[in-house]
Design a protein. Structure first.
Length: 85
């Protein structure tokens, strides 16, 4: 709050011909900050998408249905081997 009070004191002490220039500068600062925020948000969303693509490349089976083997140690008869037929 101290900064705001100091800023108000400075504005009140400005000559009237400089008030428009001070107003323009304050608006410039606000617009510049808003643009920077939008750019930062966009860049962070790009990083998120890039990270998602990297994860898909590194882990292609992530979130897929796992195979289920029932009795995986049970012996298999020769008739069950498809490649022998």
């Amino acid at each position: 709050m101290v900064n705001k009070e100091l800023l108000i004191q400075e504005i009140e002490s400005l000559p009237s011909e400089l008030l428009n220039e001070a107003f323009d500068f304050i608006r410039f600062i606000k617009i510049s900050h808003a643009k920077r925020q939008i750019t930062d948000d966009y860049n962070s969303s790009l990083k998120t998408n890039a990270q998602q693509q990297a994860e898909k490349t590194l882990y292609p089976l992530h979130n897929t249905q796992p195979y289920r083997y029932e009795n995986p140690t049970e012996p298999v008869a020769l008739e069950d081997w498809e490649f022998l037929q």
